[in-house]
Design a protein around this ligand. Structure first.
Ligand code: GAR
Length: 207
């Protein structure tokens, strides 16, 4: 059984997609052992409560330094014996201490086809605003391993989604979530849980 720890900041629909995938049997041999929110008001915390999943809020601003914050996250994940960290709508840029501790054991969902509309400053609705501003006809979502450079780690899965005439950022965000994110995030965890992901020279091989 793979023990996963989920990092969230907001609504938690990707977290919900993981819960649903476990319930439906699409995601197997995986157990959510903790949910950590950066925001005490995140609806994701309510979702955790409803499903009897252990949840906690750990805020960067409650720590004197970034290193102490990262250490608190590490200590919590270790205490829960987390084997894979899943960033599911986590809006904090995480530092190198945490990333080194869980090398090739942290995955993130990003709401675009990386390398488009990613990196520092591209998160949540801002990603969809940028895609609409550019006028792309196709966007999508990406699941990747987390490395020190934001959104630049080895890509596990991507799925395209059409941009439609007259889309608002909110409409596009919803379509990308429904058609791509909630599918490829559980699917990527399923591959990890079954030891099917190998990272070779910054590329992911699915075996
Ligand atoms: C999702 O679209 C996710 O891809 C994005 O934030 C949203 C969170 O929604 N993540 C990022 O932008 C990270 N750079 P959720 O809380 O409902 O899962």
């Amino acid at each position: 059984m793979l023990k996963i720890g989920i990092l969230v900041s907001g609504g938690g629909t990707n977290f919900q997609a993981i819960i649903d995938a476990i319930s439906s049997g699409k995601l197997t041999d995986t157990e959510i052992v903790t949910v950590v929110s950066s925001n005490p008001n995140a609806y994701a915390l309510e979702r955790a409560k409803k499903h009897n999943i252990n949840a906690i809020c750990i805020r960067k601003k409650d720590y004197a330094t970034d290193v102490l914050y990262q250490q608190a996250l590490i200590d919590h994940m270790k205490e829960k014996e987390v084997e894979l960290v899943v960033m599911a709508g986590f809006m904090v840029v995480i530092g190198s201490l945490f990333i080194k501790e869980f090398e090739n054991k942290i995955i993130n969902i990003h709401p675009s086809l990386i390398p488009s509309f990613c990196g520092n400053g591209y998160y949540g609705l801002k990603v969809h605003e940028a895609a609409l501003k550019k006028g792309v006809k196709i966007t999508g979502a990406t699941v990747h391993f987390v490395t020190e450079e934001t959104d630049a780690g080895p890509i596990i899965m991507q799925k395209p989604v059409a941009v439609l005439e007259g889309d608002t950022p909110e409409q596009l965000q919803k379509r990308v979530m429904e058609q791509a994110e909630w599918d490829i995030l559980p699917n990527s965890i399923q591959l990890f849980a079954h030891h099917r992901l190998k990272v070779i020279e910054n590329h992911v091989k699915i075996c």
